[in-house]
Design a binder for this molecule. Structure first.
Ligand code: AMP
Ligand code: ZN
Length: 472
């Protein structure tokens, strides 16, 4: 089946043709590890996990390489380390912060049903590659050293008479406008106000490494060079897909393209650039000061990861998403309806089965997950109407989207959430069970009783009918 993806650079949906179908390569900018990840950070994780699963389905598991980095050198990490571990030497404190936060990030995204990427490189383990790229850029006349910094010159890039891309093409900006609009109080070591940092000096006590470009003092990398280095090391000079949130298009991705293409004399870094839209909470931008900053960790205390995942995928990845309690409750209800048709003993494994063609077609149309979810609703209805409630196609579809990982969410829905909105659902299940008993379908009535038990609902039959209460 043909896969079509929207490319931020060319601004069109194009048929995806991998550079090498035996080795399809994707890079996604990962977290800076200094604090719990928030639900906005979960969006690229979930969106690109769906794409990873789809690529594996289309090209074979062994033929897709997904790299998502971990940024473990950053001012925010240094500040957090000094604040949380004031008694420790800074480097030791930094290690503690990045290790703890990295572990927490993994626990969070595992619970969201995200497969681990093929490689999760850490910036601090790729300093050699960063220095190598910087040396190449200096040699090529695209970068220069000044006051222990190394700076990249977008103006030198655009002046080069070659087949390089134009600086500003990805973010659709003109360099002339950037020059005109740049701040006046520009750092004194910059030749031009649009130059950006590749390498900078470290303050005493901060992590530091031997510097490139003949600089004697030790220093540390700028943010953009990290991703160029890690992508190069693990995916090569030119690869298939590069992704991240829409906020990264400028300057981060524009600068990655500049660094990589100038260092390796390439016309392109990635063939397809993909960006997810932003997430806001109950109609407002998420921020610590507004008090609406929600971490994945907090949400997972109240909701199974699959509910959060479904809630995210109900919106197309390029649209903005408004994260609301109302939508979460609806997502939970939907997922319970789907899961009640599937076994809860982990026996489900559909890897070899044919996926439902309309569902696959929806995903192949630039990851149209709202359409795919509509197909899942159809598959549920079809399953309910088939003899024996055959839910194979539904289960296959849920698995492809990472929405059923072998265990029924009903067993993990919290009592508090159930109590708020599921009384109607429980009543409906009890009615279905009564009907099954009336027609002597005891297999079905037992199944419903077990499902209710898994939801924490105990039922009692008497001559006046069936009553229920929460058993936990
Ligand atoms: P950061 O740790 O801020 O660099 O973000 C890690 C990833 O999460 C990047 O791909 C960001 O674009 C993405 N991201 C951050 N905030 C949001 C948000 N509110 N909505 C969607 N994506 C976000
Ligand atoms: Zn990046």
């Amino acid at each position: 089946m043909e896969l079509r993806l929207y490319d931020t650079l060319t601004k069109e949906k194009r048929t995806f043709v991998p550079l090498d179908a035996e080795n399809v390569r994707m890079y996604v900018c990962g977290p800076t590890v200094y604090d719990f990840a928030h639900i906005g950070n979960a969006r690229p994780v979930i969106v690109f996990d769906v794409l990873f699963r789809l690529l594996r389905h289309l090209y074979g598991e062994a033929h897709v390489k997904y790299v998502r980095n971990i940024t473990d050198v950053d001012d925010k990490i240094n500040d957090r380390a000094a604040r949380d571990f004031p008694g420790l030497p800074l480097n030791e404190a930094i290690r503690k912060v990045t290790e703890q936060t990295g572990k927490q990030f993994h626990a969070d995204v595992d619970a969201l049903g995200a497969l681990r990427p093929s490689v999760e490189p850490r910036a601090t383990e790729h300093i050699v590659e960063m220095r190598e790229i910087i040396e190449r850029l200096v040699k090529g006349g695209f970068a220069y050293a000044a006051e222990d910094h190394v700076l990249f010159s977008p103006q030198a890039m655009n002046a080069a008479n070659s087949s390089l891309p134009r600086y500003g093409a990805l973010s659709n900006r003109s360099l002339d406008e950037m020059i005109a609009g740049a701040r006046v109080d520009v750092a004194p070591y910059k030749k031009d106000n649009t130059d950006f940092v590749l390498w900078k000096p470290s303050k005493p006590g901060e992590p530091s490494w031997p510097s490139p470009a003949g600089i004697k003092a030790e220093g540390r990398p700028g943010w953009h060079i990290e991703c160029s280095a890690m992508a190069w090391k693990h995916l090569g000079e030119h690869f298939d897909i590069h992704g991240g949130g829409i906020d990264l298009v400028f300057p981060h991705h524009e600068n990655e393209v500049a660094q990589t293409c100038c260092a390796f004399h390439r016309e392109r870094m990635a063939n397809t650039w993909m960006h997810n839209g932003f997430l806001q909470v109950e109609g407002e931008k998420m921020s610590k000061s507004l008090g609406n900053f929600i971490t994945i960790h907090e949400l997972l205390k109240d909701w199974p990861g699959e509910v959060l995942r479904l809630n995210m995928l109900k919106t197309h990845y390029r649209s903005p998403i408004d994260w609301t309690m109302k939508a979460l409750k609806e997502s939970e209800k939907t997922l319970l309806e789907w899961h009640e048709l599937l076994p809860s003993d982990g026996s489900w494994n559909s890897e070899r089965r044919q996926k439902h063609p309309e569902l696959l077609a929806a995903l192949c149309d630039d990851l149209n997950t709202p359409k795919a979810i509509a197909e899942l609703h159809g598959l549920r209805t079809a399953a309910v109407l088939t003899p024996g409630r055959d839910a194979t196609a539904l289960g296959d579809g849920l698995q492809l989207l990472g929405l059923f990982n072998g265990s029924n969410v009903a067993t993990r829905v919290s009592k508090a959430n159930l109590a708020t909105h599921d009384a109607a659902k429980i009543t409906q299940l009890i009615e279905e069970r009564t009907a099954a008993r009336a027609r002597k379908d005891f297999k079905e009535s037992d199944r419903i009783r077990d499902l209710l038990a898994a939801m924490g609902v105990a039922i009692k039959d008497s001559k006046d009918g069936t009553t229920w209460e929460f058993s936990r």
